[in-house]
Design a protein around this ligand. Structure first.
Ligand code: F6P
Length: 605
């Protein structure tokens, strides 16, 4: 039986604002959801269940800490990659933990405050952390069953003295707020309080935040703590210092602040400036004088990590993420498996083999992976049948992940695994990761979308209404996928070698959305992933500048290598020698400006 269409969502959905990213302080707020919209019907008071649970138990992706507030303050010398890491952490906390997270740039607050048009970081934080009491008073909006809910709420208040809307235990609250404070120009803001560059400045930050708490108490807002965590980045390896410096100067060149001819001069000036700041900067002290602070000290990013007073759910997730992430430039290549038998008939899920077209793509991918990703070349000296891959000046160590399903393993089957660097590294060593298996459609596995509409109209309807939250009967939702993807993303963040991921539509939508700054609610509707196209994503410090909020557009750090026409041609060739010739002669580096993907939200089916 079809359920009534809910017309509103409880304390859960505010208008989406796209990816977020960028400088942060001007962006609209992304509002997290505490439960799947498609479960809403289960949360209404019914005659047989007059006191329903207000929010179902969380899954990891929806497990924000209710009402908690954290302020993460990035500190360290200039040019330590703080901005990149801070903005990436913000994206991670939003995407994987549903945290209401906003970034605050000390450099731009400083600028606007000095020309009297802007507000200080403290006042911006005050507004974000308290936000007109929204953390405790976001109510259900009127809906068809509003009267039932109201009656139920009133009864709870009258009979049991429980106020579900203002009681501290009420679940109609947001899933925690996280302010990420960083400086996009740490040399300009070195002497600012919020740079946290000395013990006194760190104490002043704590005092500012304590004042916000006190003000809230005075206004009767309760005594919820604002937890402050200092995150200090220290670089001791020269090559990392030089890489961050190079990325910074490249950014200045792009922004027109430095010309090509001035690059070396600009670098030298930075080195001198940093040497001066080094004399003035006071690191987080381990002599007992700062032991009461919560902090994370990162040495060479995750190489060595020291934590103090970081025992809680979100702080531990933050430590784990920061142990993995780094601003060193590296590439992620994403592609779907080649055409499968189920793709031909439009069936969902399953574990079918790839078709002739799928095999054609796998042959092309075999060459692309070794030549384009690993930077190797076939030795043309021997006879072509037994040719071997040899190293070149461009050869890099590279990695490969597939799911555990036949269609991705077969798609990667033509990728060879030459051993390089004197036996030190096996290229594209196959790693089979169950976490990147396709969404499991439960009772709907093996059906076509049309069959689902016919046999399980409720499933089709609820999914069209809430694609991210709808869990297939005995199957999974996109929120479930987000939870099982998190450990892979942590690992992916830690790599510096290029990684090729051969996976599936739903998984790749989420990975792509996370990496390119698209809000997770928009990911299930993205039609980005064509089969037979390899998407190359270069992650470095410039990404945060290039992220757009337009889900339709690829940001500038994504390249699409489009082999769709080649696959169609190759699939028609039957002679093995001719097939090989076709692949060998293919222009393998055939990236085209990515075509704009089709509209973001699919029509309900
Ligand atoms: O149709 C191919 C496929 O990978 C299915 O196996 C899977 O159920 C589906 O795509 C996921 O996409 P969507 O979430 O849009 O249904």
């Amino acid at each position: 039986m079809m359920t009534n269409a809910p017309t509103s969502v409880v304390a859960a959905t505010a208008p989406l604002t796209g990816g977020g990213g960028g400088g942060g302080e001007e962006e609209e707020e992304y509002s997290p959801r505490l439960y799947a919209k498609s479960q809403e019907d289960l949360l209404r008071a019914q005659s047989y269940n007059p006191a329903p649970t207000t929010v179902p138990p969380p899954i990891a992706a929806l497990a924000g800490n209710i009402g908690e507030r954290h302020v993460l303050v990035f500190i360290g010398l200039p040019l330590r990659g703080k901005r990149t890491i801070a903005l990436r952490l913000k994206r991670y906390l939003r995407f994987f933990h549903g945290a209401r997270c906003r970034a605050f740039d000390v450099a731009s607050a400083n600028q606007s405050a000095s020309n009297q048009s802007g507000r200080s970081i403290s006042s911006q934080l005050r507004e974000f952390l308290t936000d007109g009491g929204a953390t405790t008073t976001e109510h259900a909006t009127e809906d068809e069953d509003g009267s039932v809910r109201r009656r139920h709420t009133e009864r709870l208040r009258e009979e049991y003295g429980i106020d579900t809307f203002s009681d501290a235990n009420a679940k109609h609250v947001d899933s925690g707020r996280v302010a990420v404070v960083y400086s996009s120009d740490a040399s300009k803001t070195f002497y600012e309080t919020w740079s946290g560059t000395s013990k006194e400045r760190r104490r002043a930050i704590l005092k500012d935040l304590a004042a916000i708490e006190a003000e809230e108490r005075d206004l009767g807002g309760g005594s919820r703590k604002v937890k402050t965590i200092f995150i200090e980045t220290t670089l001791t390896r020269e090559e990392l210092v030089e890489e961050v410096l190079a990325q910074r100067v490249a950014r200045d060149v792009r922004n027109g602040k430095v010309s090509e001819e001035e690059i070396e001069e600009a670098k030298e000036a930075w080195r001198r400036r940093i040497d001066e700041y080094r004399k003035l900067y006071v690191t987080l002290q381990e002599d007992g004088s700062e032991d009461d602070l919560s902090y994370i000290k990162l040495y060479n990013y995750g190489e060595r990590v020291l934590t103090n007073k970081m025992r809680a759910y979100l702080p531990q997730r933050i430590v784990q993420f920061l142990t993995a992430t780094h601003p060193t430039a590296h590439k992620i290549y994403l592609c779907r498996h080649g055409q499968s038998e189920y793709n031909v008939t439009g069936r969902l899920g399953g574990n079918s083999a790839i078709t002739a077209k799928g095999v054609a793509f796998s042959e092309i991918l075999g060459r692309f992976a070794l030549e384009k990703i690993c930077g190797m070349r076939r030795d043309a000296s021997g006879d072509s049948a037994s040719s071997e891959w040899v190293e070149t000046h461009d050869t890099v160590r590279a990695r490969l992940w597939t799911s555990s399903l036949l269609r991705t393993i077969q798609t990667a089957a033509n990728i060879e695994h030459p051993v390089i660097h004197d036996g030190d590294w096996e290229q594209m060593s196959p790693r089979v990761y169950r976490n990147i298996d396709e969404i499991f459609a439960g009772d709907c596995e093996g059906m076509t979308p049309e069959e689902i509409v016919e046999k399980n109209p409720q499933a089709a309807y609820l999914r069209s209404m809430d694609k991210i939250g709808y869990r297939y009967p005995r199957g999974e939702s996109y929120f479930d996928l987000i939870s099982r993807l998190e450990p892979c993303i942590q690992e992916m963040e830690s790599y510096t070698e290029p990684l090729l991921v051969v996976s599936h539509q739903a998984i790749l939508r989420l990975m792509f959305a996370y990496l390119t700054g698209v809000a997770r609610e928009q990911a299930p509707g993205m039609n980005t992933f064509s089969q037979n196209v390899v998407y190359e994503i270069t992650l470095d410090a410039s990404c945060e500048d290039l992220i757009t909020e337009d889900v339709d557009a690829f940001p500038g750090f994504v390249i699409a290598h489009d082999f769709r026409d080649d696959v169609a041609k190759l699939a028609k060739i039957t002679d093995p020698a001719l097939r090989k010739k076709f692949v060998d002669e293919l222009d393998i580096d055939r990236f085209a400006p990515p075509k704009s993907p089709s509209p973001p939200i699919e029509k309900p089916r």
